[in-house]
Structures are given as C-alpha cells and as structure tokens.
Design a protein around this ligand. Structure first.
Ligand SMILES: Nc1ncnc2c1ncn2[C@@H]1O[C@H](COP(=O)(O)OP(=O)(O)OP(=O)(O)O)[C@@H](O)[C@H]1O
Ligand SMILES: O=P(O)(O)OC[C@H]1O[C@](O)(CO)[C@@H](O)[C@@H]1O
Ligand SMILES: [Mg+2]
Length: 672
C-alpha cells in the first residue's frame, strides 16, 4: 500500500499524493496536445513504485497476439462463449445472413451462437414468433401449481440465458433503426413467460479467452461467516415489481454483487476514478469507498484519481489514492478530485487510459457523464482493450432513468428543509408575508416535490414538469392573493427549471449553454419575486416577499448518514462488477443493486410524473391549483406512456417489445 509522504500535495483541501509520472511515450499516436501537461506543483516527489507501474505500457489485449503472461495462481479458462456458425451447407448464405443480428455480423470476432440443439429450438421459435398465444388470446390459462413451480427456476427453464448470457438472435435481427455502433452493445435475451434480460457488456464479448481467477474475497476473514456471499450468476432484478397474476415477467437487469470468479488478478488492476458534472452530496464518500473497497476487498494497490473531470484524463497528472489519503474525505462536501463540465474528448481519454495501463475506470457523474462513459466504453471495445468501465450515477436532481434514487438526493431534501423553515419563519412574522425558496432541478422537480411534501409548510410548489401561468382565473397570482387573504402568509417552493418558458417570453434573452451543452437557466425565483411584488403594488396591497436561493448550499454539503451508506454500497457494487469484467452503470432498482446497460440510463430521463399519485398527494397537501388544462393532462398521460421506453433495435420479437412496453408503462413502481 503506498504511504503518503510528508511532501504530499494538498488538493481541494485534501492530502493526496500525485504521481510524478507523465504517461509513457505511446507507441500509438496520442497528439502532443493530448498529453498531460507537467504541473510542477504536482511533481513534488519521486514515487518509484508507481513510476514503474505507470511506465508499464498497457497491454493491447488483442486476444491472439498480446496475451497477458499467465499468473502463478492458475487462471481458470473462461467457458468458451463463441461458437462458429453452422456449416454453410445447412443454409444458403443469404439465409445465414438474415438469421444473424446485424450487431453480431459486424463484430465477427464475437459471433455468439446458441448450441446446435438451441439453433433448432431457435428456428422453431422463429416460426412461432408471429403467433404469440398471448397476443391472440390473452395470457395462458393458469397452469397447475406443480407446473408453475417447475417453470419458474430461472436457470432450469430459461435455457437461452445462460451464466454467460449472449445476445438473442431474434432480438437483434434487423437492428437497422439504431446506429450500427450502438446495436452492437445491446444484449437482450429472452426467457419464458415474457422474461427479458437487458444485459450489460462483458469483457469476454470481445476477449473470449480472457482468463478468470478465484475471487480473493473467498479468503477474506470478514466475509468468512457470510452464508452465501457470492451472488448467483443467473440472478436478475425486475424493472417492474408491481404485477398482476397474468403479467409477463418483463424486463430484468443483471443483479450486482461479488462473483465467484473475477477477470482481474489483484496486482494486475490499475483503477482510476473521475468525477464530472455538478456537485452532489456523497461524491467524496463514493471516492473513499471505491478506494477502500478496492484495497480492502480485492487487495488492489494501484488506484488513481483523475483531476477536474473528463479533461483531467489528458490534461493533468493523475493522483495516487490510498485508503489513508481518502480516510476522512466523506466528511467534506464537494469532490476532492475536482470536477468540470465539457472537455469530453473520447479519443484523447482512451489514449491516456491505454498509455497508462488503466484497466478499471470508475466514472461518477450525471446523465451527461454516463453518456461520456458509454462513449469511452465503445472506444475501449473498438480497440480490444481489457478494461472495465463502471458508471456510478450522480445527480442531485434525481433525474437518472431506471434507478430508484440517486445518492445525495436524501441529503438535498433534508437540507432544503432548513431553507423552507427560514422562509416560513420570515413569512409568518410579517403582515402578508411571502417566503419564496428556489431549489435545484433543471428538468426534474424531485427535490422541490419531496422537500414540499416533507415540510408541510409549503403552499405552492412549482416544477418543470407541470406548466403554470401567472395571470387570470386560476393563475398563480390569483392563488397567491387568495392565500394571503386566508392565512396572511404563504411559502412558495420553485424548482429552478420551472416556468422557463414564461421568463423567456417576458424577457427576450437568447438561449445560452454551459460547457457541456446544458441550457443555462434564467432565475425563476427572482423573476417570480418581481412579478408578485408588481402585482400587489398595482393592487395597492401591502405585502413583503423574501426570496431565498439556497441551491448551491444544498448540493455543497457532505452527505447524511443514509446517503453515506448508499454511497458505500454503490461503490462496492461497482467494484464487484468491474472485477467480474462487466461494463455498466450501477444503481438501485426496486431496492436491489443492478448493472444497467449504458444505453438505458442515457436514453431517457427520470421526471416527476404529474399523472402519478405522488403529485396528487402534493397538490392535496398544498391545496394549490394544478394550473393544468385538459389538453395538458392528456399530453402528460401520453408522455408517461412512453417515458421509460428506450430506443430499441427494430426487429425485436413482439414478445420482447411487449415486455419493454409493460416495464415502461407508468402504472408501476414510481407510484407508492
Ligand atoms: N453526449 C455526450 N457524450 C460524451 N460526453 C458527454 C456527453 N454529454 C456530456 N458529456 C460530458 O460529461 C461531463 C458531464 O456532463 P454534464 O456537465 O452535462 O453533467 P452531468 O454528468 O449531466 O451532471 P449534472 O447535470 O448532474 O451536474 C462533461 O465533461 C461533458 O463533456
Ligand atoms: O452551476 P452549475 O455547476 O453548472 O450547476 C447547476 C446545475 O447542476 C445541477 O445541480 C445538476 O444538474 C442542476 O440542478 C443545476 O442546474
Ligand atoms: Mg446532467
């Protein structure tokens, strides 16, 4: 374990030891501009151990040419997943081509076929494909109890979803509607009763001969008493848990957790961690637990911090992280690594990953960051590198699709209470007092909604998902007037993304964007304050309004206790997945940690559904008008119907498509 020397640099208030190395001169063509600039303040000490490790050129893991030297602890060969296509004689070439998913044809090195008898089965199923008995006549009649029991064990019946699951041929056929590059990474398998596995990519998809090793956790004293520590390879987590008797089993994700076999030896691992996008409570906890988890569970000692977001991959030296150097960082807000927006240059980033021999990349960030992680993963796959990419979703707005909740959200809602309490005290203590609080939420009003529901002092909550208007019958100004008459004071909570159309209409400003291309928002809090003041002035009614904007104070604090635990578990799940060779975004799905494909978390955004009971609860708790016309409600219902449905390859069997439809439909988990 590297020990922090006294000369260690202080960075973002934390003691960290930067490596003194620049990346080795690459044999391949990283441009000079892409090289990290030497930073004198970060080259304080020679660090021989790491110099040696960093100058070691990343093995370009073309399975045929550059195979890793075999380790002393005998690697176990992975179960072969590749099968050669059947002899041409059995089918004509065009038949063969038609029967292969486009994705598999493109990457001939990983054509993955079911066993011969499955091929027969496959053809039979294809013939039956247009004859979905459920589509014709509804769900099958209830089977006798013993038959249902026999059908349910996943591994017994879902023969095509083996431990090393592979893309389903039918599922990906004619994958022409998604981009070629993306179709290659969609791994969908089918099982019985409408079961679908939306799987994540694995190293063996492109490195079929990658050796496996026993998981070092099995010798770990802390885990020796655990009854079943390793998760079953076949375990999956359903996207939708509210079902009826005859529902399809629906879409599932691979369950997160430690596997019996891993694809990296401990001393082979070189992990790096990066944080991108805006701040969020818990970032430092995730960093800490990644470092400590890698070191303590898997005996990994080469762990590096990338400074200031994606651009740090190619413009800064990497920091050496040890359990000691990150020991107390979870008690601080922000990120000790620094963060930024913009600067994602996939090629330069992967050049540097390759040059420095990094083989596990942990990427903490929001929706934009996960899109960036997906691009990095695709480039890594293109180059045939043995690198796992693990995304850990971070966003205070809670707008990442699929997952139950993002870390830091609870802390943010809790901290928002203090601002709302102050607003309430100010409003209550004045004659006709209004307290107005602006909370974060660019496109999704979760913080505002939950903070309002938690507080009970709020009279009106405005969020981006629910349009509102100011003037006339049923408008906001009329409601404020009425409320003051009734109560003599009121509290308004507004999410920063609410009412942007109204401001844009009244102030003719041109749209601006941040470095990542996100729209820069106009200050709805300030605008509302003026509008309300002007309204009462024109009516000659005395009133006082106090505008509180705690947005950055809320996201800059350390995470609370429950978020700390959540961050720890997320970090551990990410480590287990990366060690097991998967690339994914990790998240809680219905209370279980799962590995979610990048394309799923990046293709839609989690939003407050104003057609759900939760929003109705809010309306009934504040007594505010909904501000919605029938047209707005119809539109919202239509949006909800397709809200969580990802863009899928065309040519999916309607069994699979139906399962996705059902799992995406709104009357599910989001309602409590
Ligand atoms: N489509 C994309 N492809 C590749 N990289 C992207 C993409 N969108 C964003 N990024 C990169 O991801 C990083 C973070 O993006 P962004 O600033 O949008 O924050 P975020 O991750 O969405 O977090 P949050 O919005 O919660 O603060 C930036 O460095 C940006 O360049
Ligand atoms: O000022 P910054 O750092 O760009 O961040 C602001 C944005 O970041 C977030 O906190 C997360 O996306 C948004 O709620 C907010 O609009
Ligand atoms: Mg974002």
């Amino acid at each position: 374990m590297p020990v922090i020397p006294s000369a260690a640099t202080r960075f973002h208030g934390v003691k960290l030891s930067p490596t003194s190395e620049k990346p080795p001169r690459a044999a391949h063509k990283t441009s000079a501009a892409a090289r990290p600039a030497p930073d004198p303040s970060l080259t304080l000490r020679p660090h021989h151990h790491h110099r040696r490790s960093l100058t070691h050129r990343a093995p370009l893991l073309n399975p045929r040419k550059n195979r890793r030297p075999r380790s002393t602890s005998r690697p176990q060969k992975a179960k072969p997943r590749l099968r050669l296509p059947k002899p041409a004689a059995k089918r004509s070439e065009s038949e063969f081509l038609r029967s292969r998913p486009l994705a598999l044809l493109m990457a001939s090195s990983h054509i993955i076929l079911p066993p011969d008898d499955d091929d027969e089965e496959q053809r039979r199923l294809e013939e039956e494909e247009d004859e979905d008995p459920w589509a014709r006549s509804g769900p099958p009649p209830a089977a006798p109890e013993h038959a249902v029991k026999a059908a349910l064990p996943f591994s017994a019946t879902c023969v095509r979803i083996s431990r090393d699951s592979y893309p389903n041929l039918r599922a990906l056929r004619n994958a022409s509607s998604v981009s070629l590059a993306d179709a290659a990474y969609v791994k969908i398998s089918e099982g019985d009763f409408g079961y679908v596995l939306d799987d994540v990519p694995h190293l063996v998809d492109h490195l079929p001969d990658a050796p496996t090793y026993p998981n070092p956790l099995q010798d770990h004293p802390a885990y020796s008493t655990v009854k079943q520590y390793f998760v079953n390879e076949d375990d999956t987590v359903p996207q939708k848990v509210v079902v009826q008797k005859n529902s399809r089993r629906g879409v599932h994700f691979r369950r997160a957790g430690p596997r019996q076999k891993v694809y990296f030896e401990s001393d082979e691992v070189k992990a790096c961690i990066v944080t991108c996008g805006g701040l969020c409570p818990g970032l430092n906890t995730v960093i800490r637990e990644l470092v400590c988890g890698l070191a303590h569970m898997y005996n990994v000692s080469k762990i590096y911090g990338i400074q200031n977001g994606y651009k740090g991959f190619y413009s800064s030296n990497y920091l050496t992280l040890t359990p000691k150097s990150v020991d107390d960082i979870h008690k601080r807000g922000g990120t000790v690594l620094g963060t930024s927006r913009g600067g994602h240059d996939t090629k330069k980033i992967v050049d540097n990953i390759q040059d420095r021999g990094i083989n596990q990349v942990y990427i903490i960030g929001g929706d934009g960051t996960q899109k960036g992680a997906y691009e990095i993963f695709k480039e890594i796959r293109k180059r045939g590198l043995k690198v796992s990419v693990a995304g850990i979703p971070k966003t205070i707005d809670n707008d990442i699709a699929i997952i139950d909740k993002s870390f830091g959200f609870d802390t943010a809602v809790e901290e928002a209470q203090r601002a709302i309490d102050s607003a309430h005290v100010e409003a209550f203590s004045a004659e006709n007092g209004i307290g107005l609080v602006k909370l974060m939420g660019r496109y999704s009003g979760f913080i505002a909604m939950y903070a309002t529901l938690a507080s009970r002092d709020v009279d009106c909550c405005l969020i981006p998902e629910s349009p509102f208007y100011m003037d006339g019958e049923g408008g906001l100004l009329q409601y404020v007037e009425r409320r003051l008459k009734e109560n003599k004071h009121m509290v308004i909570v507004v999410a920063e993304g609410a009412g942007q159309d109204l401001i844009a209409k009244s102030l003719s400003t041109s749209e601006q964007q941040d470095a990542s291309g996100n729209k820069l928002l106009l200050d709805i809090g300030l605008w509302l304050t003026h509008k309300i003041k002007d309204h009462f002035k024109s009516k000659k009614i005395e009133m006082t309004i106090k505008y509180i904007d705690p947005t950055y104070m809320i996201r800059a604090i350390p995470s609370n206790a429950s978020d700390n635990v959540y961050c720890t578990l997320l970090a551990h799940s990410a480590i287990h997945g990366a060690m097991a060779g998967y690339s994914f975004t990790v998240g809680n799905v219905n209370g279980r940690h799962a590995y979610i494909p990048f394309y799923r978390v990046t293709s839609t955004r989690n939003k407050v559904k104003i057609t759900d009971r939760m929003w109705a609860r809010l309306l009934s708790s504040t007594n505010q008008p909904s501000f919605l016309s029938q047209k707005d409600i119809d539109e919202a219902k239509e949006n909800d119907r397709t809200a969580n449905k990802p863009p899928l390859p065309t040519g999916l069997s309607h069994h699979v498509a139906n399962s996705f439809d059902q799992s995406a439909s709104s009357s599910s988990n989001s309602q409590i």
